[in-house]
Design a protein around this ligand. Sequence first.
Ligand code: GRF
Length: 202
Amino acid sequence: MQKAKTQKAPRFAIFASGRGSNATVLMDSFVSGFNEGTVCVLVSNHADAPVLERAKERGIPSECIPHKGIPREEHDAAMFETLKRYKADHLLLAGYMRIIGARFIQEFPGHILNIHPSLLPDFRGLHAIERQWEAGVKVAGATVHEVIPDVDAGVTLLQGSIEVRGDEGPEGLAERILNEVEHKIYPQAVWLLTRRLTQPSS
Ligand code: GRF
């Protein structure tokens, strides 16, 4: 958390690749006034991602920047340029299924947050829920963390947990992590970040 403090209402961009349930609760947290500031743009890398429709329904600007057949640096550069064009202060990754390059992360002046469906530092990376289920964990959850070049390894802002039910299977567990944990902690983590950025330090 070494970035500059700000006094103006912050502008958040969201990157999402698919159904966008986290992106939707985040957008709603600004629309309802729970979170201070605005979502200045929602960007997806898939033209048919339902999340683009969720943004349109809320009158939030959206852009599609497909990645297929485009070198990673070029796609990253197009995403970065969009953040500049919409004057985004901070970036929220919400089911954005691409790794963002180190250069992007280092050059972006604001905070970049992501949500991961495990209690980090355990179960970093892909298929986190299936791996938790197979490992037989008794408690599972999700983590909102800062994004650094190492995947799922940045500082934790907030975590939430639930007890695993023996009979729910990985699909049931995934659904409960999403609904009972992720959708609560991501808007709360943004609230915490905004407070830290606007409160004068004592
Ligand atoms: C969530 O489980 C999130 O933790 C992970 O990707 C999934 C995205 O789901 N990073 P949704 O698109 O937000 O519904």
